[in-house]
Design a protein around this ligand. Structure first.
Ligand code: PLP
Length: 462
């Protein structure tokens, strides 16, 4: 098995690579091929992709049908400019998605190349909606602590991933964003509080924040339906989003749900908000699993309410990007949707998700440093704490999430590591987000390797 920390010189002689990697100290492992749940590295070793990259590889690697669809699109036409032209790939992808989203009032789709761009475009569209409605005083966003919405200026401004924000705070990021508590029961729900009471308290906090800002000045409330990168699969308490919807409606504030990470079927329903009852977002973002990693594509689903206002006004979304609705990206995403549908992978994810949960809980549920296991479908977070009784996290310098990540990699399993910061407290977690094609045996093997990795780290720390 490869060593999980690879220095530049160890892998590549003394040559400095020209490619700027995220870390200047460690070099990522080079992947030479991918098939199903497996990645093969340059040294020949095989890694189980237990997190689908970053919850991206929704149908696994090396799918021939998707590859052929992309090749076909390139043979037909590689690029058209969307001001004048469209392609059947873009039109059909929009139709496939809106067929799923129309029952929830989302009737149009718009495609860009990444989740971050989708978030920025969504924020602009939300503002344009109010602008065209004559509500020019609406200039603010309310978001949540413990949120991640992307790396571009707008998306980062509504995020609260502090380490990624600090260099840019006060210089580049928007200052018209305020934050409320995340729906994070493990840390936020009080001992004497029921789930309903907890949800009601969070909704009241949001209402109070709207009041504090002046509700007539707020454009939208932005939330991941299920918190991902900085929070590891935190599902909201029952009734939370229904309450949020009501408060937004009370003041004419739009509800933006970000499902870049938790959407596209990964949670056993195509949209993660589906189990939340009668919740209708005004705008919803998708990414990652939309193209399943086969092409950079993300999207916005837009409610009829927003479409109607634009239709009566400028009749256009004032946002253009050269590569929007790129034919190859749309062809890839369309083929991914067809595989998901034909193989009934979303419904299977729901059933196999219950199996995965059972296995995870029995392997790690009672472990000394495991605070909580949470999620749904094929999107599971494991939060690590130094002390289970007080939920006290490890000190950041322990880098627990990195240790588990490295130990898992050394055993041939890729998991997604993370450290969230909630009100100044650091927390460590891992995310398991396998391809929806994974079999029960493969899921079992992932859990076995994860447990082995965890045991090794527990032993290391004593
Ligand atoms: N929104 C959420 C919830 C995400 O998890 C991410 C990425 O992790 C993004 C947006 C940004 O997506 P991208 O990295 O494709 O720009």
């Amino acid at each position: 098995m490869p060593s999980s920390t690879v220095s530049y010189t160890a892998q590549n002689g003394t040559r400095e690579p020209g490619l700027m990697h995220r870390s200047l100290l460690e070099r990522p492992h080079q992947v030479v091929s991918g098939s199903g749940i497996y990645l093969t590295l340059a040294d020949g070793s095989r890694i189980i992709d237990g997190c689908g990259g970053a919850a991206v590889a929704v149908i696994g690697h090396g799918n021939k049908e998707v590859k052929e669809a992309i090749i076909q699109q390139y043979s037909d036409v590689a690029y058209v400019h969307t001001m004048t032209y469209t392609t059947s790939s873009a039109e059909e992808l929009a139709n496939e998605l809106t067929e799923l989203s129309k029952p929830f009032g989302l009737t149009k789709a718009f495609f860009v190349c990444s989740g971050s761009e989708a978030m920025d475009a969504t924020m602009k569209l939300a503002r344009q909606y109010h602008f065209e409605n004559g509500q020019l005083q609406r200039t603010k966003f309310v978001s949540r602590r413990q949120a991640y919405h992307g790396g571009t200026i707008g998306a980062m401004s509504v995020s609260s991933n502090l380490p990624r924000k600090i260099p840019y705070e006060g210089a580049l990021l928007l200052d018209n964003v305020s934050y409320v508590s995340p729906a994070y029961a493990y840390h936020g729900q009080k001992d004497n509080e029921t789930e309903d009471q907890y949800a009601a308290r969070l909704v009241q906090e949001l209402d109070d924040e709207f009041q504090r800002q002046g509700p007539e000045t707020v454009i939208a409330f932005v939330a991941e339906t299920v918190g991902g990168a900085t929070a590891a699969c935190i599902t909201p308490p029952r009734g939370y989003f229904a309450g949020v919807r009501k408060v937004c409606d009370k003041y004419g504030i739009l509800l933006i749900l970000d499902e870049v990470m938790c959407g596209s079927g990964r949670m056993g329903t195509y949209f993660a908000f589906e189990p939340e009852g009668d919740v209708r977002p005004d705008l919803l973002t998708l990414g990652k699993g939309l193209g399943g990693g086969y092409a950079p594509i993300a999207g916005i689903l837009i409610s009829q309410r927003v479409v109607d206002v634009l239709a009566k006004g400028s009749a256009s979304f004032v946002h253009g990007q050269t590569y929007q609705a790129h034919p190859a990206g749309c062809a890839a995403a369309l083929a991914v949707q067809r595989v998901l549908k034909r193989e009934d992978l979303v419904a299977k994810c729901h059933t196999k998700g219950a199996f995965l949960e059972k296995r995870l809980r029995s392997a790690l549920g009672d472990a000394k440093y495991v605070g909580e296991i949470r999620g749904r479908g094929f999107f599971w977070g494991i939060e690590y704490v130094q002390d289970r009784a007080s939920k006290r996290p490890f000190k950041p310098e322990v880098k627990f999430h990195k240790r588990i990540h490295a130990a898992a990699h050394d055993r041939g399993l890729a998991i997604y590591p993370g450290a969230g910061t909630i009100d100044g407290i650091n927390g460590d977690h891992s995310i398991l987000a396998p391809p929806l094609t994974a079999t029960e045996e493969e899921l079992e093997e992932m859990v076995r390797l994860l447990k082995e990795a965890y045991d090794a780290v527990e032993e290391e720390l004593g």
